[in-house]
Design a protein around this ligand. Structure first.
Ligand SMILES: [Mg+2]
Length: 235
């Protein structure tokens, strides 16, 4: 008999293929905004975007920058590499709005996500989204993914008043869901935000090693899997 009653599950890049959907959306944005006027090689723009995006999200999770700063900077930095382009804040915001619209309408989920959720639902787990994503975007993405009905609760950091990995986030999630930490498992793809945060809040953890199968967690994680399918053998 499994000891878990509640599952806290990260959404972006754990269930929803945020990376894959964003790659498509970024290409569409490049076309729509005719960025070829400034970039002879689109890869220069894409590469700079991804570098900026990853480092800005890490700072955002730590609470070192605001959402407004993130959404402007992740376009200002790559656009600054364009020839003859001096991106204003208004221009970056316009691109950001268009991009978020394009992204959040995509339905791509990680391989095995729907099957996993159906399996877990059938086993009787209570399931809760635990996400740092932005409010208005996250609900659209959830609808686009078609996964909404599997979840009992959606916990967003903007509601919690703090981002994962903060203990404030996890304490808020436990209170909202009335879950007991000793029978709750956190599942996520990001070691620093999902896993360490949950550990510090006293939860068991499952790391979905989506990005680097050779990654060895610095602190012991309850379970490590390399595909969503593998989760069915532990839950
Ligand atoms: Mg994630």
């Amino acid at each position: 008999m499994n000891k878990y009653v509640d599952l806290f599950i990260d959404f972006d890049d754990t269930l929803y293929d945020t990376r894959g959907n964003s790659v498509i959306a970024l290409g569409e944005l490049f076309e729509q905004c005719q960025l070829s006027r400034y970039f002879s090689d689109p890869e220069v723009f894409y590469k700079a975007y991804w570098e900026a995006n990853v480092s800005l999200w890490a700072l955002y999770a730590k609470g070192e920058i605001t959402r407004d700063f993130l959404i402007v900077e992740r376009f200002r930095i790559p656009l600054s590499k364009g020839v003859g382009l001096q991106p204003t804040e208004a221009y970056c915001l316009d691109l950001s709005d268009k991009f978020l619209d394009l992204c959040s309408s995509k339905s791509g989920v990680i391989e095995g996500a729907r099957e996993l959720l159906a399996y877990l639902k059938g086993k009787g787990y209570r399931m809760h989204i635990c996400s740092n994503g932005f409010h208005e975007v996250q609900y659209k993405k959830l609808r686009s993914s078609g996964l909404t009905d599997f979840f009992d609760t959606v916990i967003l950091s903007e509601d919690a008043g703090a981002n994962k990995p903060s203990k404030i986030f996890f304490d808020y999630a436990l209170e909202r869901t009335q879950a007991n930490p000793s029978t709750t498992l956190m599942i996520g793809d990001n070691y620093s935000t999902d896993i360490e945060g949950a550990m510090n809040a006293g939860l068991d953890t499952l790391l979905f090693r989506r990005w680097d199968p050779s990654f060895i967690p610095p602190r012991p994680v309850t379970y490590v899997v390399d595909s969503l399918r593998e989760i069915q053998s532990v839950l």
